[in-house]
Design a protein around this ligand. Sequence first.
Ligand code: HEC
Ligand code: HEC
Length: 350
Amino acid sequence: MTKAHAVCCSLAAIALAGLATVRIVVAAHAADAASPDAPASNKAQIPWIVPDIDKLPDDDWGQTVRYGRDLVNKTASLIGPEVTDPGQRFAGNNLTCQNCHLEAGTKEFGLPFQGVYADFPNYRARSGSVGTIEDRIQGCMVRSMNGKELPPDGAELTAMVAYMKFLSLGHPVGAPTPGRGSAAMAELPRAADPQHGKAVYAQMCAACHGANGQGQRVGTVGDARGYVFPPLWGPDSFNDGAGMARLIVAAGFVHSNMPKGITWQQPVLAVGDAWDVAAFVNSQPRPHKENLEKDFPNRLQKPVDTPYGPYPDGFSLAQHELGPFQPIRDAIKKLMGQKATPASSSSAPH
Ligand code: HEC
Ligand code: HEC
């Protein structure tokens, strides 16, 4: 066990040991904090399978898939802003893909990559066009990683796609993958409350991510070794155009996966606390992505929690950031003059 792991695990133990009491202390909104359980619809139908990468032979394919996994869990060391070769500096922050796509993109409801390969190409509302899995990776490169696109014919993009294909073997094209995304969570009838979220953060998150949200480095700034605990805001975090900057996406991720070490079957945060703490995190400063107004050329397809305009529906920026979202959906439904797709914005991976 490395030193970093030891720190991580002992903090996890501390965080988990304090949970029973903490939930009572931080649950200010009694009405929505009653049940931390995931809705029944999230119950996975089939066993969650993590393909064994060690079974791959050491041939071209095996090496490419393993390089893909390395890029996912050692992103900062291979293509981060601090690597020695300036030509390899593609990510703009020192996060790893795995900081969000947990366990190298294999954790059930931890934004996994199983099944993703079979889902592309598909229609992307953000660009208003059909895009490939390569396009989708580039999206996370320029937003979640606050960086630039990988060379389209480079070894890195090929390896990442190969890894996703490896994880998706046996997932038929067109079939849903239960366990993908981060599990739908009940929405609140009220706006999320960042002030209360701040208290939840202090109790449940600060031990790892830092009171100032800047996380904890493995080593020192400039060594390209990334983080033990990633920053949640500030200059080295994802930018405001990233999926995680959307409240529904962040709250669902946090409820199913944080504090680190939990599973979606046994969430630790009450539902209301998950919404509020995610709202607090996303109310903090982070890098800005240019040209966001060009996203979602068909504005009626813009997810209701997109934290930047323009909007087609007349609701305020604050309500798009914090909810409640159902009134916005109802207005969009009217504008479309047809039946709205229920919870269209919570089917995050699509
Ligand atoms: C800050 C968190 C974060 C980081 C870091 C991140 N992603 Fe993502 N990624 C997301 C979220 C959230 C989604 C899905 C939600 C959305 O964007 O609407 C997503 C979606 C994806 C998808 C589509 C998944 C699906 O189910 O359709 C791929 C592929 C992907 N990311 C690849 C990557 C790669 C490769 C990296 C590293 C280079 C990376 N991501 C880094 C948060 C992140
Ligand atoms: C026990 C330590 C620990 C605690 C407590 C914890 N986290 Fe995390 N969190 C992590 C680690 C480690 C990662 C990166 C996952 C990985 O690399 O495996 C992470 C990743 C994240 C991410 C995605 C990565 C990013 O940079 O944005 C978010 C968002 C997040 N945590 C939010 C929270 C919130 C909110 C809380 C409090 C409710 C919390 N975490 C509590 C350890 C922790």
